[in-house]
Write a protein of this length. Structure first.
Length: 235
C-alpha cells in the first residue's frame, strides 16, 4: 500500500520548500542567530513538514533522496541571512510566502495521504500536519512554547485543515481532477490567511460552557418546581 505513494513532482514541492525555508531563515535572522542557526531554522521550516509526512507514511523522506531539496534550502537560508533587510521591506511578500508555503505543503500532504490509501479523515489530518509541521518545529527550536501556530491569532492550522479538507473532498468525494483541486485548495488557504490578516480575525478561543449549562439546568428545575406548586394549589 505504502509503495503506491506517488512522489510529488519537484516543480510542485520545491516552491513549498523554498517558501518555508525562506520564512524560517528570516525568522532566525530577526532573533539574532548565527549562520548555522539560520540554516537550521531554514531546514526545519522548509523540510520539517515533508519529513513528518514521509515518516508517518513509513518511507525514507524525499528530502534525503534528492539533493535538490537541500540545495534550495541552503540558498534560501543564505538569502535570508545576508539579504534580510531587502527581503524584510517586502512585508506583503513575506506574508504571501508564508501563506503559499502553508497552502502547498497542506495540499501535498493531503495528496500523499490519498495516494497511500489512507481514509479521508487521516488524509486530511496528514495534510494539516504537513502544512504546519515545519513552523511548529521551528518555534520549538527557538523555545517558543506553545508554538505561535497553535496560539490565538490569524487562523493558521485551521486554514491548513480547511485547504486539506477541500482538496480531499474534491478528489476523493467528487472525483475532481487533481490539478483543479490543488488550485482551489491553495486559493482557499490564501484567502483565509489574507482576509484574516486584513480584517484582524483570530482563531476561536475555547470557552467553558459548564456555568451556562448548569444555570440553564437550575432554571429548568425551578420552572418545573413552580409548575408543580401551581398544580398543587389548583387541586
Amino acid at each position: 500500500m505504502i509503495g503506491a505513494v506517488l512522489q510529488p513532482p519537484l516543480w510542485i514541492e520545491l516552491p513549498a520548500v523554498i517558501a518555508g525555508a525562506l520564512a524560517g531563515a528570516l525568522f532566525g535572522q530577526k532573533r539574532g542567530l548565527d549562520v548555522i542557526g539560520i540554516l537550521a531554522l531554514a531546514l526545519v521550516s522548509g523540510l520539517g513538514g515533508g519529513i513528518l509526512r514521509d515518516v508517518l507514511l513509513s518511507r525514507i523522506p524525499l528530502a534525503l533522496q534528492d539533493p535538490w531539496y537541500l540545495w534550495v534550502v541552503a540558498a534560501a537560508a543564505l538569502l535570508g541571512a545576508f539579504f534580510a533587510q531587502v527581503v524584510n521591506r517586502l512585508r506583503f511578500g513575506l506574508l504571501l510566502v508564508d501563506a503559499v508555503s502553508l497552502a502547498l505543503f497542506s495540499v501535498i500532504g493531503a495528496q500523499g495521504g490519498l495516494s497511500a490509501g489512507l481514509p479521508i479523515p487521516a488524509a486530511i489530518l496528514l495534510g494539516t500536519i504537513t502544512g504546519v509541521g515545519g513552523s511548529v518545529l521551528r518555534d520549538v527550536l527557538v523555545g517558543e512554547a506553545p508554538p505561535r501556530m497553535l496560539r490565538r491569532g490569524p487562523p493558521y492550522a485551521p486554514a491548513a485543515f480547511l485547504g486539506a479538507a477541500l482538496y480531499v473532498g474534491l478528489v476523493a468525494g467528487l472525483d475532481v481532477r487533481k490539478v483543479v483541486a490543488q488550485l482551489l485548495a491553495v486559493v482557499l488557504i490564501l484567502l483565509v490567511r489574507g482576509v484574516a490578516q486584513w480584517r484582524g480575525w483570530e482563531s476561536l478561543e475555547p470557552r467553558d460552557l459548564t456555568p451556562s449549562v448548569l444555570r440553564d439546568k437550575r432554571e429548568d428545575e425551578a420552572r418545573w418546581d413552580r409548575r408543580d406548586h401551581e398544580g398543587g394549589d389548583a387541586s
